[in-house]
Design a protein. Structure first.
Length: 235
């Protein structure tokens, strides 16, 4: 991927093999490297925001004080997911105007609920015996959350963050229509010019970013599972 995004010559060589009749293989104003940097920045920023707020709200509604709001949150989660990403982006445009700000807001709002929903499911699936044991040992609420509950809920939370990342990665391309930049810029240019080579160029990089992200999350999940297993054996 690094070779592809840093070498216009390589881009042209690959795309010309697939589309020999095309005459334009790179964007006229921006390099694929610049667009990839903007795309990754927007995706990671939105994923971090959705992760922080999603986990925080998920923890709140699984505590005794906020449990009455849990069903409302889950229903809202299911409702928001029925909206197409493009609709969320268009609704954010009148609020913040043109540029990366409405794109970030739209991505954050749309990807918040996979993290939130999985956080709620993760904490609800914690063994009651573990919670009772933590209380019996005299743990504070924070110790109970950190030591007894979080390790059991973490696999589901990681899955939610992974879904959020993949969702943001694809939706960030649509955000280019309101100035979100990223790889959607070259894809939309290709669609406008009816140039399939430009569309494929942006799609190749997004696909590689999705593959790399999946591998990193799988590695994180494997390390978490291995750590839990080692801890369990040690205990």
């Amino acid at each position: 991927m690094i070779l592809y995004i840093t070498s216009p010559t390589l881009q042209t060589a690959i795309l010309s093999l697939v589309f020999p009749h095309e005459t334009q293989f790179t964007h006229a104003r921006k390099t694929i490297l610049q667009m990839t940097g903007a795309h990754i920045t927007l995706t990671i920023a939105a994923t971090l925001l959705s992760s922080v707020f999603g986990i925080f709200i998920g923890i709140l509604v699984t505590r005794k004080a906020g449990r009455e709001f849990q069903q409302l949150v889950l229903k809202l989660n299911a409702f928001i997911q029925t909206f197409p990403p493009s609709a969320v982006i268009i609704l954010a445009f009148p609020v913040l105007g043109f540029g990366w700000k409405p794109a970030l807001l739209a991505l954050f709002l749309y990807s918040l609920f996979p993290v939130l929903g999985n956080t709620v499911i993760g904490f609800n699936s914690v063994s009651p015996a573990a919670i009772d044991a933590a209380k019996g040992m005299g743990m504070t609420w924070f110790q109970q959350l950190h030591i007894a509950e979080l390790p059991q809920a973490l696999p589901m939370i990681i899955t939610g963050i992974r879904h959020s990342y993949i969702l943001n990665l694809g939706t960030a391309a649509i955000a280019a229509v309101i100035g979100g930049e990223g790889l959607g810029t070259i894809i939309i240019s290709g669609l406008t010019l009816r140039n399939s080579a430009l569309v494929l160029s942006g799609t190749i990089v997004i696909s590689m970013l999705a593959f790399i992200g999946e591998q990193l999350f799988q590695l994180l999940s494997w390390k978490q599972t291995n750590h839990d297993g080692s801890t369990h054996i040690h205990d």
